[in-house]
Design a protein around this ligand. Structure first.
Ligand code: P5A
Length: 440
């Protein structure tokens, strides 16, 4: 992508409305734009990152055996009256009427709708276990939307829903998602700590939040300090192994952890003083087991091997991609801007032409840009007329992991500089070596 033909509306000044660094940097880097309170457009640079995040989430959901579908944002109020949540959900739910005066709502979550899909077609235990998910916009009319897309009113969620014949089966489904979440957040370059949690309006009695430590976070974390360093389940984990996944889960729950909502003082105080960790964090995921809370009132049942009908045991599993993007920035930035982990970076590398219009610089940059693009790299080429200082500032701000800098003096020697955004290390090398550095 040539920067001269791309759309990155960079802000030079710090936006006054942004209280935290991720919000400030997302606005300055031209990733998002607020359209009304708590409702955002994702501009091209932001959209590229969001898509990468969603793809990692999708790959790990699929690996764990979940199946993707797509449900609408607008739902009929009737479904929610069946579960009893239409009145219970309160003012956070955006209620709408269609032209026939039928009550509709912009979905804050999809337990009812997925239960309706399930009951309309699944009749036998032989079709279980089943886990269906989608990545879709949600709306919650939060009293205090803030920090940009960190807590917005319209936001994206990956929400998965599992169906099992028995409680034991449902616990295995829960452990599959638990394991998939550990892998997902790790691939996003994050340490997300699983914490026992309150279930709130979703319901149920088994629940974990996944929390990233950050001073600007809205959740409180109390746990053993060893929780911050942990092994991540490997790629070829056997998701069908009940014992294997249970041991991953048990490893976590053997160390005490709880959020402030159900903060168990006695258990926290039982941790030796030097080993306690109390900190703030950002909730990036939340998983629930809630048994038959929806299947009973909505009549979602299957015939079991005993020939009788059983209400299915359900769980739901959420991740917030539009919250994850700022959370990654909170965890990875410096005074010059964002430092993307390679897995979600909007581009793999940026080629900076320090003297656009200079024949040697142009030729060198075009050569590198073409070679890396041909090798399948996603390259941003800064071919604009801006001065070198502006180009360096932009490259640092938008956080592309590597910069290839072509200035007249180096190019005259057949060389360019390669800069690592994270360490700041710069290395001069031949043009060929620079290309091989990324192609090899
Ligand atoms: C789980 C999936 C649920 O809604 N139902 C379906 C369950 N859980 S949750 O905890 O309420 O939300 C799941 C994740 O969505 C993100 N999230 C938000 N992101 C941005 N702005 C918001 N206002 C917002 N609310 C929830 C969080 O990542 C949360 O963990």
């Amino acid at each position: 992508m040539r920067l001269s033909r791309f759309f990155i509306p960079i802000l030079k000044e710090n936006p006054k409305e942004a209280e935290i660094v991720s919000h400030r940097l997302m606005l300055r880097a031209g990733m998002i734009r607020q359209q009304s309170q708590g409702i955002y457009s994702w501009l091209p640079l932001g959209k590229k990152v969001l898509d990468k995040v969603n793809n990692i989430i999708r790959e790990e959901q699929n690996r764990a055996g979940a199946i993707e579908l797509s449900m609408p944002t607008l739902q009929s109020a009737e479904l929610w009256q069946e579960s009893g949540r239409y009145d219970a959900y309160g003012k956070e739910m955006l209620r709408i009427k269609d032209r026939q005066d039928r009550p509709m709502l912009y979905g804050p979550t999809n337990e009812e709708m997925i239960t309706d899909i399930f009951r309309s077609s699944v009749k036998s235990y032989k079709d279980l276990p089943l886990n269906l998910y989608h990545i879709q916009l949600k709306f919650r009319d939060e009293i205090r939307p803030r920090f940009g897309t960190m807590r917005s009113r319209e936001f994206m969620m990956k929400d998965a829903y599992s169906f099992d014949l028995t409680r034991e089966g449902a616990e295995h489904s829960y452990n599959k998602m638990f394991t998939a979440y550990l892998r997902t957040f790790d691939r996003l370059g994050l340490r997300a700590i699983p914490m026992r949690a309150d279930t709130g309006p979703i319901g149920g009695n088994l629940s974990h939040e996944f929390i990233i430590l950050a001073d600007t976070g809205e959740s409180e974390v109390f746990c053993h300090k060893d929780f911050v360093n942990f092994d991540i389940p490997v790629e070829n984990t056997d998701f069908d192994s009940v014992d294997g996944l249970k041991s991953i889960f048990d490893k976590w729950t053997s160390l005490y952890a709880a959020t402030s909502e159900m903060h168990d003082e006695a258990a926290f105080n039982a941790i030796p003083e030097g080993e306690r960790l109390s900190a703030r964090g950002i909730e990036v995921g939340h998983i629930f087991y809630f048994g038959t809370k929806y299947s009973e009132p909505m009549g979602a049942k299957v015939q079991g091997p005993d020939g009788k009908e059983h209400f299915v045991h359900m769980g739901s599993y959420g991740i917030g991609p539009t919250r994850l993007v700022p959370a990654i920035i909170e965890a990875s930035h410096d005074e010059n801007g964002i430092i993307w982990p390679e897995s979600v970076a909007p581009f793999d590398v940026v080629v900076i032409n320090m003297k656009a219009g200079d024949e040697a610089c142009d030729g060198t940059c075009e050569l590198i840009y073409a070679a890396l693009t041909k090798a399948g790299k996603d390259v941003l080429y800064d071919d604009t007329d801006d001065r070198a200082g502006t180009k360096f500032a932009t490259a640092d701000l938008i956080g592309v992991p590597y910069q290839i800098i072509a200035g007249p003096r180096a190019v005259a020697n057949g060389e360019v500089e390669v800069k690592d955004r994270k360490t700041g290390a710069r290395e001069t090398m031949t043009i060929e070596a620079a290309i091989n550095r990324f192609v090899a």
